[in-house]
Design a protein around this ligand. Structure first.
Ligand code: HEM
Ligand code: NAG
Length: 324
C-alpha cells in the first residue's frame, strides 16, 4: 500500500470506510485485524500459546492435528469454527464428513483452550479465532515460522457435511484437481504447493497411501519397502506412518526434499513433483527453507482470511461444540 494517499484516493477511501461501517446491517464480512482483541481480550494470544505448548509437549503430533483442523475449517464456508460443532439428533455437522471422520483430531485441545479464554474474557473470542491462533502456534512450536494472525472471525451457527465432502481434496487427487480445488477458494497453485508443506509434520493412516506404496512407480524403492512393513496389502488400515521419515515432528522444508527424492507419502503429495507445473517451485523450496517459510506464512494468512459467505448468521460461541 502507498504511504501517502492523494486527495482523490483519500476521498474514495473515506467513502469506502463509511460504506463498510454504515452499510449492510447484518452479517457483512468483517475486516480482520491482528489488534481485534487488544482492548477486549489482550491475553488471548498468551492463553492460546500456553494451551498449545502444553498439548504439543504432551504429544508432538498434536501440533500437526490442529494445523490440519484449521485447514479443514477454512475450506468449508470459510474459517468459522464450523468443523468444531458436534452432531446432535437434529443436526449433522462436519465431523462425520469423509475427510474428517476418524481422522481429524484434537477437539479436546481446542475445548481446553476455549475454557481458559472464557475464564479471562467471557463471550468475547470466537472459536474460529482460537483455532487460527492455535494453528499458528502449532507451526511455531514445532520449529516453523511465526506470524501475526488477523483476528475478528465469528463462529457459524451452521455447518455443512456435504460441502466438507465436496471441498476437501482426497489423497488420490491429481495435480489438476488440487489446483482447481484450491483455486475454488481463491488460492493459487503456489499457495497450494506452499500449504502442502504442512505435510512435513504429522501422520497418515495406511489406507490413504496403500495404493501408492504397492502400485505406483514414481516412488523410491527402499521408501516403498519401508512403508509396506507397517502397511500391509490388506488390514492395518489405521496404521500410522509419518509424512516425513527424517524429521517427523519438525516444521522444516524436508517435505520438499522428500518429494524430489520421490518419497512423497500420498499420491497427492508426489503429484506436486511428477513432471508438472509445480516441479520448479518444489525444487526451490527443497533448497530454501526461508523461501518456503515466507510463502507458507503468506498462504496461511490468505487461507485464514476465507470468511463465510455474506448473509451467514454468526456469533461468538460459548462452547465450541454447540451453537449458543
Ligand atoms: C493438498 C491437498 C491435501 C490433501 C489431499 C491432504 C490429505 C491428507 C491426508 C489423507 C492426511 C492423513 C489423514 C489421516 O491419516 O487420518 C493428511 C494429514 C495431514 N494434513 Fe493434509 N492434505 C492436504 C493439504 C493439507 C493442508 C493445506 C494442510 C495444512 C495447511 C494439511 C495438513 C495436514 C497435517 C498437518 C496432517 C497430519 C495430521 C495428523 O497427524 O493428525 N494438509 N492430509
Ligand atoms: C532411495 O532411497 C535410498 C535411501 O534414502 C537411497 O539410498 C537410494 O539411492 C534411493 N534410490 C533411488 C533410485 O534414488
Amino acid at each position: 500500500m502507498a504511504t501517502f494517499a492523494r486527495p482523490t484516493a483519500l476521498l474514495a477511501l473515506t467513502a469506502a470506510v463509511l460504506i463498510s461501517v454504515l452499510g449492510g446491517g447484518g452479517a457483512e464480512a468483517q475486516q480482520l485485524s491482528p489488534n481485534f482483541y487488544s482492548s477486549t481480550c489482550p491475553s488471548v494470544a498468551t492463553i492460546v500459546r500456553r494451551g498449545m505448548a502444553s498439548a504439543v509437549q504432551k504429544e508432538r503430533r498434536m501440533g500437526a492435528s490442529i494445523l490440519r483442523m484449521f485447514f479443514h475449517d477454512c475450506f468449508v464456508n470459510g474459517c468459522d469454527g464450523s468443523i468444531l460443532l458436534d452432531d446432535t439428533p437434529t443436526f449433522t455437522g462436519e465431523k462425520g464428513a469423509g475427510p474428517n471422520a476418524n481422522s481429524v483430531r484434537g477437539f479436546e485441545v481446542i475445548d481446553a483452550i476455549k475454557a481458559q479464554v472464557e475464564t479471562s474474557c467471557r463471550a468475547t473470542v470466537s472459536c474460529a479465532d482460537i483455532l487460527a491462533l492455535a494453528a499458528r502456534d502449532a507451526v511455531n512450536l514445532l520449529g516453523g515460522p511465526t506470524w501475526s494472525v488477523p483476528l475478528g472471525r465469528k463462529d457459524s451457527r451452521t455447518a455443512s457435511q456435504s460441502l466438507a465432502n465436496a471441498n476437501l481434496p482426497g489423497p488420490g487427487s491429481s495435480l489438476a484437481t488440487l489446483i482447481s480445488m484450491f483455486g475454488n477458494q481463491g488460492l493459487s497453485a503456489r499457495d497450494m504447493t506452499a500449504l502442502s508443506g504442512a505435510h512435513t509434520i504429522g501422520r497418515s493412516q495406511c489406507q490413504f497411501f496403500r495404493t501408492r506404496i504397492y502400485t505406483e512407480s514414481n516412488i523410491n524403492g527402499s521408501f516403498a519397502a519401508l512403508r509396506r512393513r507397517t502397511c500391509p496389502r490388506s488390514g492395518g488400515d489405521a496404521n500410522l506412518a509419518p509424512f516425513d521419515v527424517q524429521t517427523p515432528d519438525a516444521f522444516d522444508n524436508a517435505y520438499y526434499q522428500n518429494l524430489v527424492a520421490r518419497k512423497g507419502l500420498l499420491h497427492s503429495d508426489q503429484e506436486l513433483f511428477n513432471g508438472g507445473s509445480q516441479d520448479a517451485l518444489v525444487r526451490q523450496y527443497s533448497g530454501s527453507p526461508s523461501q518456503f517459510a515466507a510463502d507458507f506464512v503468506t498462504a496461511m494468512i490468505k487461507m485464514g482470511n476465507l470468511l463465510p459467505s455474506s448473509g451467514t448468521r454468526t456469533e461468538v460461541r460459548l462452547n465450541c461444540r454447540k451453537v449458543n
